[in-house]
Design a protein around this ligand. Structure first.
Ligand SMILES: [Mg+2]
Length: 236
């Protein structure tokens, strides 16, 4: 029995463990902290998102970038009147966010165990090197991965570089993730296969309008258990 894929890539945030939920929590905290100092009628949340969007090129992804954008937005949206105590609370939130324990999705270890029985398993995540490395190390999952790749951006160029460095043929590679924009479409472009496992909360900046992916190289599944089952039966 020969499996269709040599290697399976897993996204991490909101594929293996909760991530966006915490960003929402600190976003809400930001709105509560800053709104009292902003002119009436100003959409504080929208100002934060716009600042994040403008800064991604300079700061990259992750909690520290979110923190810097939060402080910038707090100053600009209040015309410089935001008290230092609020800035301190935002900074405390960044620290708490960076050090909070990883919360795994249900049966992740079991699923990775099953998949790694028949395939090389690679973790491919983007964002802050320190934070992502910390999450991998403390997740208890590191031993399941043949390789852990933390990239700046999940685009065809980055994926091609990673696959080449690991000597993986893109046409025999399957990527599993919760973002069509970051996990699926770039892999399809390289000739690989994508398994989309949507998560209920999606970051606004990780959303892209997209044409329907070709069904021959794409499948949408409801959870990781279904992914393990699908891969187990997917033989040539
Ligand atoms: Mg993700």
């Amino acid at each position: 029995m020969k499996h269709q894929f040599d290697a399976i890539g897993f996204d991490a945030d909101d594929t293996l463990w909760f991530s966006e939920e915490s960003f929402r929590k600190y976003e809400n905290e930001f709105v509560e902290l800053v709104t009292p100092y902003a002119p009436e009628g100003v959409n504080v949340k929208a100002a934060l998102t716009a600042t994040e969007r403008a800064n991604i090129g300079a700061y990259g992804y992750g909690v520290k970038s979110f923190g810097l954008s939060s402080i910038e937005a707090a100053i600009s949206v209040t015309n410089g009147t935001v008290p230092t105590s609020v800035v301190q609370q935002i900074l405390r939130g960044v620290r708490d966010h960076l050090t909070e324990p990883v919360r795994l999705f249900e049966s992740v270890g079991e699923v990775l165990q099953m998949v790694s029985g028949n395939h090389r398993v690679i973790l491919i995540t983007k964002g802050d090197l320190v934070h992502q490395s910390r999450k991998v190390e403390t997740s208890g999952l590191a031993h399941h991965f043949d390789s852990v790749e933390i990239v700046l951006e999940k685009d065809p160029h980055s994926y091609a570089r990673v696959l080449k460095s690991l000597d993986i043929d893109p046409t025999r590679f399957c990527m599993v993730g919760n973002s069509l924009k970051s996990d699926i479409l770039p892999i399809l472009e390289l000739g690989g296969f994508g398994i989309y496992v949507p998560y209920e909360i999606q970051w606004e900046l990780d959303h892209a309008e997209h044409p329907p992916p070709p069904e021959s190289r794409f499948v949408e599944l409801p959870n990781l258990h279904a992914v393990a089952g699908w891969l187990a039966t997917n033989v040539e």
